[in-house]
Design a binder for this molecule. Structure first.
Ligand SMILES: [Fe+2]
Length: 139
């Protein structure tokens, strides 16, 4: 590759990185179904969707938005359990999380107050055996 083409391609790469939303980059690189799993892209865990996809209930009040996250997964001590729920904003930046103790928490249920946040949230549920599952909702 000559120097002029190298510079042109480098500039194109830099520009793409700036203007492409991260969501586009994530799906374009095949991360769903490989790095993390969704209802539509369960990858190697296609029989595990029901027990791992985080279900999200939204409620709004004068205090703001709050969500309840439920993963229909057993808590079988440290052998098999949901490690955490995590909430990310529209840009995949961290908002909050709840860690679970498999010896104390009987079910992976969490509640989060999101204040005045509005827009898309990404909710992750992490199993110690079946990896990370993503669900998305607009609040
Ligand atoms: Fe699991």
């Amino acid at each position: 590759m000559n120097r002029r083409n190298f510079i042109r391609l480098s500039a194109l790469g830099a520009t793409t990185g700036i203007i492409a939303p991260r969501a586009v980059l994530a799906s374009a690189s095949g991360m769903a179904g490989g790095v993390y799993y969704t209802k539509d892209a369960p990858g190697r865990w296609s029989k595990k969707v029901g027990g791992h996809l985080p279900n999200i209930e939204v409620s709004k009040s004068s205090a703001g938005v709050s969500i309840e996250v439920i993963t229909s997964h057993e808590m079988l001590g440290f052998d098999h359990y949901i490690i955490k729920h995590q909430v990310l904003d529209n840009n995949f930046d961290f908002i909050t999380e709840r860690m679970f103790d498999p010896l104390k928490d009987k079910a992976p249920i969490s509640e989060f107050s999101l204040g005045n946040y509005s827009g898309r949230i990404h909710v992750l549920s992490v199993c110690n055996k079946h990896d990370t599952w993503l669900n998305i909702i607009d609040v």
